[in-house]
Design a protein around this ligand. Structure first.
Ligand code: 13P
Ligand code: SF4
Length: 301
């Protein structure tokens, strides 16, 4: 029996479901019941009846899954898979801004720990950040922790005072303008599609800026053949699956999120067998972190 068969058998026996982010390994996306971006994965989990959810992604995804589905068992195949950016803000920064602006809304990227979410008013993902910030009644906004998504939102919502903290995703931040320009030089027909976690210069030369699912949709709806992709390499699996024959070019430094790649088939099997590595959020912070997440689901409707 192959490892894939073993996983499928155990999954059926335990009525478990496997969710995977687009940045996970191809074989992980292949075995998953649902693949998607951060927003889709947090939404779909609330609609499933399965008592066990295996979350193939990083810690903040498991925490969000556990907050939104308190009666389900959320299993993380690798308990050390974490997003460095999720930790890149301190409470003092938020407290100081709240003192300064009476009507402040603190908006956190879903790529933040449950602790950070508990300090904030509403969570967003890259797929809904602009829409949610636009629709908030508040004029003063503090966006945490991603400076790049924060700057992108600020530019799209110029009617508000959008401030942002200094966090960043190392994988997107270090993608350079030169390597994207080099790709454009080699493939002049290709359009440039990038994630808003990229730095300002890269975002400025892009033809389209959007979440992983936004990028996939954009390519799938177009007849164009060649694409320069400015995001994590794992997205290639879904891009090729939906667009056989199209050509995708990535920066030569290969943007790889090693934390997402920690999830392997062996670890999924182990998590299912042993039901260990359960995502968990301390009770003292779970109520307010849950409100922050639920507000996103409510406002993104
Ligand atoms: P999206 O899946 O929302 O595009 O975010 C990318 C990401 O960095 C997830 O960690
Ligand atoms: Fe975090 Fe970047 Fe990895 Fe996404 S790609 S999980 S933002 S480190």
């Amino acid at each position: 029996m192959t490892i894939q068969d073993e996983i499928k058998q155990l999954k059926g026996k335990k009525q478990a479901v496997i969710l995977a982010h687009y940045y996970t390994r191809p074989e992980v996306q292949e075995i998953a019941d649902y693949t998607g971006d951060s927003f889709y994965l947090s939404k779909i989990a609330t609609k499933l009846e399965n008592p066990i959810i295996v979350y193939c992604g990083v810690a903040f995804m498991g925490e969000s899954g556990s907050l939104l589905n308190p009666n389900k068992k959320i299993l993380m195949p690798d308990e050390e898979a974490d997003c460095p950016m999720a930790h890149m803000v301190i409470k003092e920064e938020i407290d100081n801004a709240r003192k300064k602006y009476k009507d402040l809304a603190v908006v956190c990227y879903i790529n933040s720990t449950a602790q950070v979410k508990s300090w904030c008013d509403v969570s967003v993902t890259s797929a809904n950040a602009v829409q949610i910030v636009k629709n908030l009644p508040n004029e003063n906004i503090l966006f945490v922790p991603d400076k790049n998504l924060g700057r992108f939102v600020a530019a799209k919502v110029p009617e508000k005072n959008v401030m942002y903290s200094k966090g960043f995703c190392p994988i997107h931040e270090y993608m350079s303008l030169e390597e994207i320009q080099e790709l454009k030089h080699l493939h002049p027909e290709a359009e440039i599609l990038v994630h808003p976690e990229c730095c300002e210069e890269v975002v400025n030369i892009a033809d389209y800026v959007g979440s992983t699912s936004g990028i996939i949709e954009y390519v799938s709806k177009s007849k164009r053949n060649e694409w320069i992709i400015g995001t994590e390499i794992g997205i290639l699996y879904e891009l090729q699956k939906r667009n056989p024959g199209k050509q995708f070019y990535f920066p030569k430094t290969k943007p790889v999120c090693l934390d997402m790649k920690k999830i392997t088939l062996e670890k999924i099997l182990y998590a299912l067998k042993e039901e260990k590595n359960q995502a968990f959020v301390e009770t003292e912070i779970s109520k307010s972190a849950n409100q922050t997440l639920n507000k996103m689901l409510e406002l993104a409707k």
